[in-house]
Structure formats: structure tokens, C-alpha cells
Design a protein around this ligand. Structure first.
Ligand SMILES: Cc1ncc(COP(=O)(O)O)c(C=O)c1O
Length: 417
């Protein structure tokens, strides 16, 4: 069956033409005029990853979840958590309500936007180690943010445990001003349902049923377990892959039966779960892989340079996992993974040379402040860390100096090159 890619060609034709015309646009969609934020969540594009596909001989696609209105895959969970509270009568639209949640950031953003659109407020408990950009976004959204030191889940000072106790204390408070709900993205399976009803069917529709495999990392597990349930119901032989960052529990648990953390650690955010959540219940992957941060950063950099996609590190881990799964399955398969959120959430971390250096991670040439020049060659080698060499095959400083010669800014500009 031919897979409807952006330009309505078969997957075979797609790989023979690595660079389709930029002018050939997908058909205009007319039925995406919505009455609310809620309807604008989901129906995200599926983008073919040219470089990862070329390397593996498979067709690897990224579900562009960073294009949700709140900027991440977690808008879906946020929406469904609010919807389920309303369905249970715990919140009533138009009447005041407070939603409490512990989150690494993205769920808090999706939850707060969904809450705002229904007239509720949110109180978000977040580990202080999460990116400043996510914390700022939460404040900009109007969330009441409570930053706490990062602690393991078993510790009563862990942010999730604090959020649960805070919700209970508010619910039992004698002066409680309104309804109070604990969202609990971890164990509340409304989270998984968002992907059973949304992400999974979208992938089936977008690939016209031709999806052979799906893989991604687990935070709550809502995305992977939910998409897996939807795909397996439609295609029992679909292969489901789980990719962990280093130091997470899920891969070890599913391969050994013991919920202990794997070796190492990761700077990724939103994934790398430390326990088996309610949203993972009943789920089993067919394939597992652990990806270290250096490998994930190489994929992240390849996404920037080869695809024009600017995303966070969990997306790098997801693409690295999809590549490993492609290598296991062999060429010719259609594999979907998730591009979870945008690089703009991590300008101080994964896109900050000094932060990367403190973590011993590769600094891509175009980010390296010591190297303001650009090279095209050498970059095409798939998955390789770009080296800090000149990227343009000429002396940029002399060209620029010619362009600004005689102007009053000349002395200032030249010193920066
Ligand atoms: C950036 C990012 N990637 C991936 C995930 C994982 O999604 P899920 O919780 O559905 O497993 C999250 C969850 O917060 C996230 O923030």
C-alpha cells in the first residue's frame, strides 16, 4: 500500500527522491477551524526523517508533537486529565476549580492551558532542576509554581509526593474556596487514553495503516502504552519499542522483571522514569534499547542540520531508539517515533555550549562560540558529532569585512569574527 507522505508518494518513491520540491505543498486543510484550545491539540504532522531513513533503509517518521498549542506531546495528557475530572464531576466548567500536579514541566504547561480554557487555576510542583524555560513558561501561563529540590520518588520530599499531599491538604482545608483536584498524570489512565483515542489513531490514519513499528521513551508511559494499545488493536503484528535514557527503570524492568534503575544518568527531561506507573500497567514492549546522552545529542544535532527540526533531547533519544529498531527489523519498514517538544525549552541546556561541556557532551560546531564559521562537508555523515572545524569553505571574516568596509560599524564587527 502506498503511504501518504506529504506529497502523496509511495515510501519507495520517497526514498529515491531524497529532496522533493519545496514548492510542492500538501493539500490545504479546510476543516481545522476550531472553537477552543482543546480542539487545536493533536492532529500533529508526521514528518519523514530523511537522514535517519537514509541511514537505515527504513522510512522513519517523527510525530511533530512540538506543534501542539502548548508546545509538547503533554498537551494531550493535560487536556484529558482535565476532561476526566469534569466527566467525574470533580470539576465543573465555568465554576472555580484548582488542579494540583507534580510535573517535569510539559504536562504542567498543557494542563494549565487546558485549565485556563475552562476557567480553572493550577498549582504546579516542579523539581528545580528542570529547565528555566519550562519554569518561565509555566509562570507565563498563569500557573502557581512551587519549585522543590529534586529527590528520588521513594523520598517523601519527591515533587510528585509533595503534589499529592498538597492536593489532599487543600481538599481537606476548612477554608477551601473551591473544588480541588489532583491530576496525577502518572497513575491516572486518562493520560494514556489521550493516546489511545488521539495519537495512535492519527498515526494509523497518517500512514494509511502501513506503520510497522512505533517506539519512544517513557515518562509517565502514557504516550508509549497508549499508542501501543491503539496500534496493536488495529495491527496485532506491529512492533513496539521502548527507549530509555541512562539511569531509568522501565527497560530494566521489562527485560529482567525487576524495577531497578539502569546504569548511568541523563540530562534529558520528562523521561527516564524511576518506577512502574499506573499508565504502564498491562504494557509490554517488543523491543528495548538504552540510549546514552552523547548518542542522543548526535541525533538531536542531525535533526537540526539535516531535517531543520529543533527539538528537545527526549526527541533525540526517541530517534536514536527508532534507528536501533530499524537496524533490528531491517530495511523497508515504516517506523514512527515522537518529536516531543521544542529546542526553545532548552536553550540554557542542550543548546548551551558551556552546559554541554560541563556534562562532557559534544558541542556542535554551529553552537560553538569559538567557531563562528560553518562547513557543509563532513556534516552529512549520518549521526556523527559535528566537529568544530570551519563550516564554510572560505574565509568568512574577509568577506564580511569587504561587505561592511567603510561603514562606522566595521571595527566592532570584525572583532567578533
Ligand atoms: C519532553 C518530554 N518527552 C517525553 C515525555 C514522555 O511522555 P509520557 O509521559 O507520555 O511518557 C515527556 C513527559 O513529560 C516530556 O516532557
Amino acid at each position: 500500500m502506498s503511504l501518504r507522505v506529504v506529497f502523496r508518494v509511495s515510501s519507495r518513491a520517497m526514498s529515491s527522491s531524497a529532496f522533493p520540491s519545496l514548492r510542492k505543498r500538501p493539500p490545504i486543510v479546510a476543516d481545522n477551524v476550531y472553537d477552543s484550545f482543546a480542539s487545536a491539540v493533536g492532529n500533529t504532522p508526521l514528518i519523514r526523517l530523511r537522514d535517519a531513513s537514509a541511514r537505515t533503509g527504513c522510512e522513519i517518521y517523527g510525530k511533530a508533537e512540538f506543534m501542539n498549542p502548548g508546545g509538547s506531546v503533554k498537551d494531550r495528557a493535560g487536556l484529558y486529565l482535565v476532561a476526566s475530572a469534569e466527566e467525574q464531576g470533580l470539576l465543573v466548567p465555568g465554576e472555580p476549580g484548582i488542579i494540583v500536579e507534580g510535573t517535569a514541566g510539559n504536562t504542567g504547561i498543557g494542563l494549565t492551558l487546558a485549565a485556563n480554557s475552562r476557567g480553572y487555576r493550577t498549582i504546579i510542583v516542579i523539581p528545580e532542576t528542570q529547565s528555566q524555560e519550562k519554569k518561565d513558561t509555566l509562570r507565563f501561563c498563569g500557573a502557581q509554581l512551587i519549585e522543590v529540590p529534586a529527590m528520588p520518588f521513594a523520598n517523601p520530599a519527591n515533587y510528585v509526593q509533595i503534589a499529592a499531599r498538597l492536593a489532599r491538604a487543600l481538599q481537606e482545608h476548612p477554608d477551601r474556596p473551591c473544588r480541588v483536584v489532583y491530576a496525577n498524570q502518572w497513575d491516572n489512565t486518562a493520560n494514556r487514553l489521550a493516546h489511545i483515542e488521539g495519537t495512535g489513531p492519527e498515526i494509523l490514519a497518517q500512514t494509511r495503516g502501513a506503520v510497522d513499528a512505533f517506539s519512544c521513551a517513557m515518562g509517565t508511559g502514557g504516550t508509549l502504552a497508549g499508542v501501543a494499545a491503539a496500534l496493536r488493536a488495529a495491527k496485532p503484528d506491529v512492533v513496539i519499542g521502548l527507549t530509555d535514557p541512562q539511569g531509568a527503570v522501565p527497560v530494566t524492568y521489562f527485560t529482567t522483571g525487576t524495577p531497578t534503575a539502569g546504569a548511568g544518568s541523563s540530562i534529558s527531561e520528562g523521561i527516564g522514569q524511576g518506577r512502574i506507573t499506573g499508565n504502564m500497567a498491562g504494557f509490554r514492549p517488543d523491543f528495548t534499547a538504552e540510549i546514552d546522552d552523547a548518542a542522543a545529542m548526535r541525533e538531536l544535532n542531525a535533526l537540526t542540520l539535516h531535517e531543520g527540526l529543533q527539538v528537545g533531547l527526549s526527541s533525540g533519544i526517541n530517534v536514536a531508539g527508532a534507528v536501533k529498531l530499524a537496524e533490528k527489523l531491517g530495511p523497508g519498514k515504516t517506523i514512527v517515533t515522537v518529536l516531543c517538544d521544542s529546542a526553545m525549552r532548552y536553550t540554557g541546556k542542550m543548546y548551551n555550549p558551556s552546559f554541554l561541556r560541563t556534562k562532557g557532551l559534544p558541542v556542535p560546531a554551529w553552537l560553538d562560540e569559538a567557531n563562528t564559521r560553518f562547513v557543509a562537508d563532513g556534516m552529512a555523515s549520518a549521526g556523527e558529532a559535528p566537529t568544530a572545524q570551519a563550516l564554510l569553505p572560505f574565509d568568512l571574516a574577509s568577506v564580511v569585512s569587504k561587505a561592511i568596509e567603510g561603514t562606522e560599524i566595521m571595527s566592532r564587527c570584525i572583532t567578533k569574527l
